[in-house]
Structure formats: C-alpha cells, structure tokens
Design a protein around this ligand. Structure first.
Ligand SMILES: C[C@@]1(CC(=O)O)c2cc3[nH]c(cc4nc(cc5[nH]c(cc(n2)[C@H]1CCC(=O)O)[C@@](C)(CC(=O)O)[C@@H]5CCC(=O)O)C(CC(=O)O)=C4CCC(=O)O)c(CCC(=O)O)c3CC(=O)O
Ligand SMILES: NC(=O)C1=CN([C@@H]2O[C@H](COP(=O)(O)OP(=O)(O)OC[C@H]3O[C@@H](n4cnc5c(N)ncnc54)[C@H](O)[C@@H]3O)[C@@H](O)[C@H]2O)C=CC1
Length: 322
C-alpha cells in the first residue's frame, strides 16, 4: 500500500486550490461538500467557480499563483494546466509541511483525492494510487448502483441511538447480533420503502424490549393436485412449522389437516400487493405463515416484496406438483 487512506475533518478549515478550470472546480466542489473554507486562486475561473465566488461559497483570488496564498491553509491543491506552476505550488507547500495534491503529477502529490461514494455518515473512498483514476471512477459507479441510498439514514439512526444501544446491549457479542438485525431486518426494510417513521418505531421497539424479534417467515406452498399424498416433503415440513395457514381456492381439507394442530387457518381470496401485505401482517412477532395454493402454488415475486418493503421477512417458495 503506497498511500495510507485517512478521513480528514476539514470543517471550517482553510484549503487553497490553485487553478480555476474544470479540475479545480471539481476539487473545490468536493472540498465544499466536506465543509472546508475554500480559496481558489487563478487568472481565470469557470463560470461555476465565479458563481460560487459571488455567492460567497468560495473566496476567489485573482491572478497567477502567489506564494503568499498558502498562508493559513491546511491543505493545498495544485490544479492549473501549467506543470511548472503546479510543481512550484508543491514545492512551496511542501516546504511548509502542508499536504499538497498535484492534479497532473502523482509523484509530487503528498495526498491524492479518491473517488467518493457518499452515503453520509457512511463514506467510501476508492483509490488506484494514480495508476488508473478511471478505474477508481468505474468502481465508484458500480458501488453507487449497488448501495442503497438509505444506507446513510440507517447509519444516522444508529448514531442517534448509539448510547441507548450500548446500554441495552452491553456486551459486544449482543451488539453484533443487534447490528446484524439492524442491517438485515425490518428497520432497513422500512427505510428502503421510504417509511422512516416505521423504521424508527421498529428500532425503538427493539431497544425497549431488548429482544431481537426473529424475522417472520412466509412460505408459499404448492398443495399439488388435491390429495394429501401429492404434497411435497418441503410442503409438509412447512405445514408442520406453520403458525398461520392461509389457503386459497381448491386446497383439499385433507392437505389442510396436515398443518400443525394449533395453527390458525384462514381462507384468503386476496391477490397481488394486498396478498403480500396480508401475509406479512400475519408474520409479525416472528411467526411462520404458510400460503397454501392448489397445484404448483404461487410464484415468489421478490421484486414486488422488496418494492413493498417486506424483504425484512424471510420469504420462501415450495412449489407443488401441478
Ligand atoms: C493522481 C490523481 C491526483 C489527484 O488527486 O487529482 C489524478 C491524476 C490524474 N488524473 C488524470 C486524468 C483523469 N482523472 C479522472 C478522474 C478522476 N481523477 C481523480 C483522482 C486523481 N487523478 C488522483 C489519483 C486517484 C486514483 O488513482 O485513485 C478522481 C478519482 C478524483 C477527483 O479528481 O475528484 C476523479 C474521478 C472522480 C469520480 O468521478 O469518481 C479522469 C476521468 C474523468 O474525468 O472522468 C481523467 C481522464 C482520463 C485519463 O486521462 O486518465 C490525469 C491525466 C491528465 C492528463 O493527461 O492531462 C492525471 C495525472 C497523471 O496521471 O499523471
Ligand atoms: N487529477 C485529475 O483528476 C485530472 C487532472 N487533469 C490535469 O489537470 C490539469 C487542469 O485541467 P483543467 O482544469 O481541465 O484545465 P483548464 O485549462 O480548464 O484550467 C486551467 C486553469 O489553470 C489556471 N492557471 C493557469 N496558470 C495559472 C497560474 N500561474 N496560477 C494559477 N492558475 C493558473 C487557468 O487560469 C485555468 O483556470 C490538466 O492540465 C491535466 O493535466 C486533467 C483531468 C483530470
């Protein structure tokens, strides 16, 4: 590892960007995101940088690089299109032991700027160490599509409850289990479905009870053509574990009789989203719900389940003989 990754707190700290072109603008923009006080010095600026200057978001220093500009800076970025100027900026900043990023010379840079996936407070920084910046960018684009945008809100929720979580789960092993539940269970699912209030309530309920509620389980079982003998072994096993059996048209009494004795049995004629929701409602408190349908049974629509924010539950399908 040639470069050591670290996360710098630039809030309220002065950073100097030398150069006023597209690259200087990109660096200045990222620094502003991090709350830095950005000063940009160049003979000419992009329209965007000029606008930021007028709005007071950055301070513009007009003219060619002047060594006095580095005074007060914590970091310096050399982003002109003149190699000699960039090298001079690196020399002056380096002499004062300031960290300097030289956009056209990884060798002269004492720090480089990574590709950033921002799910604040979660942040991922990717570096190729200057070997191939485009690879870093491509990897970022893949991660952007992979990581839900609600990840940041999940981390923020965890942050807000950090003390309560420690108090409720004093041992590290308990906390690990809790965090697994937080990421895999209903809180994350509610956030993905855009229901922040429900996410907060689920987290609060967990902190109150201290019991990671096991996720409910829903098994879609195909009952086969009718007689109990045609039920698959998987179907039979699910019926034995069921707390609730929802059955559709054409399911024989013979098959229903195989369910666990104290399971609730309910006929349902619902379809689509209403059906998925009904099954999820029955699965509260970690219950096992079996949907019995004649023939092959109902196919599991994972995309729909996810869209409805019900993927915190365990969904399975045991197709029957059709
Ligand atoms: C060393 C480093 C110094 C530094 O910190 O700036 C550096 C150096 C150079 N970049 C060059 C070119 C390009 N850089 C990009 C993109 C990014 N470059 C970034 C960082 C870094 N670039 C640092 C290393 C980081 C690492 O390796 O991990 C990113 C990650 C961050 C950011 O800049 O904000 C950002 C992606 C952000 C994102 O989208 O996620 C693109 C693609 C594009 O713009 O789409 C091209 C055009 C294609 C090409 O030419 O390769 C050139 C040649 C210039 C020339 O030939 O004139 C040099 C100089 C050299 O290699 O010598
Ligand atoms: N690190 C990176 O991600 C990338 C780096 N590059 C490198 O960055 C350089 C700059 O790229 P762009 O911003 O697109 O160029 P640009 O031509 O848009 O901007 C250059 C800027 O430097 C300023 N400048 C020139 N002489 C100066 C001086 N003496 N003092 C202060 N400012 C001065 C100009 O006024 C202008 O604002 C490129 O030459 C290239 O080598 C290019 C692409 C990506």
């Amino acid at each position: 590892m040639r470069l050591f990754p670290l996360f710098a707190d630039l809030h309220g700290r002065q950073v100097l960007v030398v150069g006023g072109g597209a690259v200087a603008q990109r660096k200045a923009g990222a620094l502003l995101q991090a709350g830095a006080q950005v000063r940009v010095g160049a003979p000419a600026f992009t329209p965007e940088l000029q606008a930021w200057g007028q709005a007071g978001r950055v301070t513009l220093l007009q003219g060619g690089f002047d060594p006095t500009w580095v005074a007060g800076a914590w970091l310096v970025v050399a982003a002109t299109d003149e190699r000699a100027v960039n090298a001079e900026v690196a020399r002056i900043a380096g002499a004062q032991r300031l960290w300097v990023n030289v956009v056209d010379d990884p060798e002269l840079s004492s720090f480089q700027v990574p590709s950033i996936v921002d799910r604040s407070p979660l942040v991922i920084a990717i570096s190729s160490g200057g070997a191939a910046p485009v690879l870093a960018r491509r990897l970022r684009e893949r991660m952007e599509s992979l990581l839900e945008h609600t990840l940041g809100r999940l981390a923020a929720l965890a942050h807000a409850q950090r003390a309560a979580i420690r108090q409720r789960f004093p041992q590290m092993t308990q906390r690990r289990a809790f965090y697994d539940w937080l990421c895999d269970g209903p809180v994350a699912a509610h956030l993905r479905a855009g229901d922040d209030a429900a996410a907060q309530a689920a987290l609060q309920a967990m902190l109150d009870s201290g019991q990671p509620e096991p996720p409910g389980r829903i098994v879609l079982v195909g009952a086969g053509p009718g007689p109990a003998a045609a039920l698959t072994l998987g179907g039979l096993r699910a019926l034995n574990e069921a707390d609730v059996v929802c059955y559709g048209r054409g399911v024989s009494d013979e098959v229903r009789a195989l369910a666990r004795r104290d399971a609730d049995q309910l006929a349902t004629l619902l379809e689509g989203d209403a059906l998925w929701r009904e099954l999820a409602d029955h699965a509260v408190g970690g219950r096992c719900v079996v949907l019995l349908r004649a023939g092959a049974g109902l196919a599991l629509d994972r995309a729909r389940v996810m869209a409805l924010g019900l993927d915190g539950l365990q969904w399975e399908a045991v197709p029957g003989v059709s």
